[in-house]
Design a protein around this ligand. Structure first.
Ligand SMILES: [Zn+2]
Length: 242
């Protein structure tokens, strides 16, 4: 029991490994009435509108910078309008990194709990990444998730939500419930087919994957991981009456 809590506290760095980028619907999110997105022209403008520091590592290709930042800005502004509770998730920095963020060259995003920083690989905002995502969506391929900046950002923000809005006791319940799923081949298969294989790797990844889909507006049924779905629904203010 104590081990779980220690691990939750120690775990300040979450790296995302993405093998097969897929998602069931286009990565556009649910439109919020009255919102017309205005593209930012400079990094400084993005900083001002997000109210957080934005940094770009050397080596990031110039055309990728504003494409990626505008994708994230558009999605973050939409999320904040749709869900006021997201303002309670502090982010100090948004970082674009030219490098893959893990050893096997597959990661696209990162959430660091200690520094409250989200890092995104700028190719996630590249038109090739978006086209690949749309193609996989159209083919209704279900495997792991996303590769474009909006999906990467939502997933990483999901880690931030879990880190900052979920209590330790709730996190313990989440872990407990996740291991129940892992121990039951039927439940594990539901999580894998309805959400992603990546979601079956770890309770935090399952939370972030489900969060990404629910915030995007996809219908997610309780049976994939009831404890997580209920918590996320509560955060989103969509509590099912029973
Ligand atoms: Zn993750």
């Amino acid at each position: 029991m104590i081990d779980f809590f220690v691990e939750i506290r120690m775990r300040s760095l979450i790296v995302d490994v993405l093998k097969a980028p897929v998602g069931p619907v286009p990565p556009c999110g649910v439109p919020v009435p009255g919102s017309i997105f205005k593209r930012a022209k400079t990094v400084e403008e993005v900083e001002k509108r997000l109210g957080i520091r934005v940094s770009v590592e050397s080596g990031v290709k110039k055309p990728d910078i504003m494409n990626t930042l505008n994708d994230i800005l558009e999605e973050y502004e939409r999320m904040l309008r749709a869900n006021p509770k997201f303002r309670g998730v502090e982010l100090f920095e948004l970082k674009l990194s030219a490098f893959h963020l893990n050893l096997n060259n597959a990661s696209m995003g990162l959430y660091e709990g200690l520094t409250k920083t989200i890092t995104v690989q700028p190719t996630a905002g590249h038109k090739i990444a978006r086209a690949a995502q749309l193609k996989l969506n159209a083919a209704k391929v279900k495997a792991t998730t996303f590769r474009d900046a909006k999906n990467v950002f939502r997933h990483e923000f999901g880690h931030g939500v879990q880190h900052q809005l979920i209590t330790e006791a709730e996190n313990f319940r989440l872990r407990d419930a996740f291991f129940d799923i892992v121990d039951d081949p039927k439940k594990l298969k539901i999580l894998k087919t309805k959400i992603s294989s990546y979601a079956t790797t770890d309770p935090d990844e399952a939370f972030a994957e489900i969060f990404n889909l629910m915030v995007r507006g996809d219908p997610v049924s309780d049976d994939v991981y009831p404890t997580a779905v209920k918590l996320i629904r509560r955060i989103l203010g969509k509590v099912k009456k029973s």
